[in-house]
Design a protein around this ligand. Structure first.
Ligand SMILES: Nc1ncnc2c1ncn2[C@@H]1O[C@H](COP(=O)(O)OP(=O)(O)O)[C@@H](O)[C@H]1O
Ligand SMILES: [Mg+2]
Length: 339
């Protein structure tokens, strides 16, 4: 499930998962940032990333499972897996800088989501895994995350820092102010901590790389389907075409494009038979005009999607009146997604 923030990825992922489970598949929804009430509907009492069974109404043995992505915890797990020894693991996990790096590393949420997918995919007791994607600025972040991480590990500037180890040689290069600033931000032992974390991450390259390859293989495989959640507007249309192109270049199959929040047709004016004070009539007419312009705009962009997507299946979901956080509504939406 991919697409820009706010278009409905989390909702659509939850809807698809709920419906798949209701139809008898043992399903995991890996959700990233559900709104509070949706999280409650999925049974998350506290924010926990542990896999849990979600009770479904009128169902004795629910086949729906949910998990919440916790990037920091997940990176800790990855480090634990790749670290050469218990000592090395503890050293990294206790390094303050490592925490900051995970937080600030672009694409770390995406990477964690892909990692978790890989882990679930290896568990054969589950038939379907629906992965929500993190709220990135750009939908392409998801596809670039593994490469970005690999680049980060190879980053020559960091390697140079690592080699330098002490700030003294840098002082000679006239970067005193920058260093002072960094040390102000991160504490006096910034360089020591940086050198340490780079030393410790060294040797984990192969581990990261192999996992990246596995993730990419899984994304490309027949078992995976990618849905793009988007909205009928000019910005989203252009962005969607770029995204579809990028998927194609990476040979990742696209299962469908979901156009979400489509406005229902609405009367354009108040029938003359309805009597209203002039001012009220004018105010309501303003709203109706706005609505009908929005509908017309959406219809135009829907037709653009129609004529440009060729054979890619499209699913159109209407805008509902309120936020979506009950399993009944999720299942109704889900029915449109399972085909
Ligand atoms: N078709 C829809 N009709 C009405 N509200 C919707 C629809 N799809 C999503 N929403 C609402 O929009 C908000 C953002 O949705 P969400 O799924 O969290 O988006 P994303 O994960 O892409 O950021 C939520 O409050 C959700 O209930
Ligand atoms: Mg979301």
């Amino acid at each position: 499930m991919g697409g820009p923030g706010g278009v409905g990825k989390t909702t659509v992922a939850a809807a698809l998962g709920t419906q798949l489970a209701l139809e008898g598949h043992r399903t995991i929804v890996l959700t990233v940032d559900p709104a509070k009430r949706l999280a409650q509907a999925l049974g998350f009492k506290t924010f926990s990333s542990d896999l849990q069974n979600v009770p479904l109404p009128h169902t004795q043995e629910s086949k729906l499972f949910a998990s919440m992505l916790d990037t920091q915890r997940y990176f800790d797990k990855v480090i634990t897996r790749f670290a050469g020894s218990e000592k090395q693991k503890d050293k990294i996990l206790n390094n303050r800088l490592y925490r900051i790096m995970v937080e600030s590393l672009g694409g770390s949420h995406e990477y964690a989501a892909m990692e978790r997918l890989l882990e679930f995919a290896k568990d054969s007791s589950f038939e379907k895994i629906v992965v929500d994607t993190p709220p990135s600025q750009n939908a392409l972040d998801l596809l670039d995350a593994p490469q970005k991480l690999a680049n980060f590990m190879d980053n020559s500037v960091l390697r140079w820092f690592q080699k330098t180890k002490t700030p003294f040689s840098l002082f000679r290069h006239g970067t005193k102010i920058a260093i002072k600033l960094l040390e102000k931000l991160f504490g006096n032992d910034f360089f020591k901590a940086l050198a340490e974390v780079m030393d410790d991450l060294e040797g984990m390259h192969t581990g990261f790389r192999d996992r990246n390859l596995e993730v990419i293989q899984l994304l490309k495989s027949q078992a995976t389907g990618f849905f793009l959640v988007t909205y009928p507007s000019e910005v989203r249309f252009t962005e969607s075409l770029d995204f579809i192109k990028a998927l194609k270049e990476k040979e990742i199959p696209l299962s469908g494009v979901i156009l979400n929040r489509i406005e229902k047709e609405f009367p354009k004016e108040i029938p003359p038979s309805i009597e209203l004070p002039k001012q009220e009539r004018e105010e309501i007419e303003k709203v109706l005009t706005y609505r009908s312009e929005l509908v017309a705009q959406q219809q135009y962009w829907i037709s653009q999607f129609d004529s440009n997507l060729n054979k890619i299946p499209q699913i159109k979901l209407e805008k509902r009146s309120g936020p979506i956080h009950d399993l009944e509504t999720l299942s109704q939406i889900g029915k449109k997604l399972v085909f």
